[in-house]
Design a protein around this ligand. Sequence first.
Ligand SMILES: Cc1cc2nc3c(=O)[nH]c(=O)nc-3n(C[C@H](O)[C@H](O)[C@H](O)COP(=O)(O)O)c2cc1C
Length: 423
Amino acid sequence: MTRPLQNRRILLVIGGGIAAYKALDLIRRLRERGAAVRPLLTAGAQEFVTPLAAAALAGERAHTDLFDRAEEADIGHIKLARDADAIVVAPATASLMARMATGEASDLAATVLLATTVPILIAPAMNVRMWQHPATRRNLATLRGDGVRVVGPNEGAMAEAEFGPGRLAEPSEIADAVEVMLTDSRPAPGFGFLAGREPAEAAKAGALAGRRVLVTSGPTHEPIDPVRYLANRSSGRQGHAIAAAAAAAGADVTLVAGPVSIPDPPGVRVVPVETARDMLAAVEAALPADLAIFAAAVGDWRPAEARDSKIKKDGAAPAPVALVENPDILAAIAQRTTDRPRLVVGFAAETDSVLDNARAKIVRKGCDLIVANDVSPAGGVMGGSANTVHLVGRDGTVETWPTLDKDEVGRRLVAHFAGLLGT
Ligand SMILES: Cc1cc2nc3c(=O)[nH]c(=O)nc-3n(C[C@H](O)[C@H](O)[C@H](O)COP(=O)(O)O)c2cc1C
């Protein structure tokens, strides 16, 4: 049986972060999938794991030093940069990202990353404040603009008793992203107007220049009392990725975002909201728009009454929480008679009969296109870093894309919508 990364050569750059030990597991995962892995450790990485451990697991020598005469005579930094099908940086430290973004060539890792033309995937990992710092945001935006792929970071408990995004993606997620990068660096079918061009390139080419784009993202919180609310598992990653891609494609973007813990995308006007009713008001205030993409997971219901003071546990059975329906934001905008955006796109996150439900939804809501995805435990999408989407048209036609990371889905959707809007 052919393994998914059979005969692929991966140069694994290990950065100096606390998560460097997970890079050792990543070597094993990549090799299990058939890849040949050549490790390269920064000086920082060697404070956390040894070149010997990386070399033993990889079955290859580990590279460490730009100015080592024997190493340079043997393989050389330029050859290291070229003798690979892909470079993976895991963990990508804040410092490595900064070196990459500014084109520094101050050590072996940064020099190789500057000298290469093969696809690069970074898996950032750092303290949540470092991740959210404007300098890291800028570097990330630059790297994305340069075509670097990004997996993670994930959210969770961190060292120093902090919580938030910054944890290294799991080795299996990184290996999945490598597979996606290597097996699917061509545009998905359906990009007729972009045939032969990378979606990222199309986005950079200003495909939405002069367009006003409205995106909703994240969950809504529907208060029960001042401390409790009804919510859902949406992370906002997909909607935020679409907003970022639209901005990179030159659009004037308003992102109406429910409560999320991911950072604002660069170059986007963000309107934070909490409830479905707030979201509808913010969306209406953001009109007119050429393109509206409703990626938020809006709560269908809210408590009929939000109490002013905290409901106390007094020993008696809790009072039932009566629910009422929230406004339908997608239908309200799609069915407007004035200021209806030219292209109205809805999202359908379903656990069963994904396509049938999406086809019914497009008719019921009156939108132009539905992006459907499977959020059943088997589909594993909600809150995750990858997404498998189906584009459902008004005539019921379906286009299914391969599983891609959410940034890539964002870029491709933006390229697709730009094509539908035309010039
Ligand atoms: C205990 C410890 C843990 C660290 N963890 C991280 C981390 O997770 N992410 C990060 O970006 N930097 C981290 N740093 C800081 C980096 O090690 C430092 O910026 C180093 O210069 C990075 O080198 P490199 O980018 O060449 O690998 C940590 C430092 C220490 C002392």
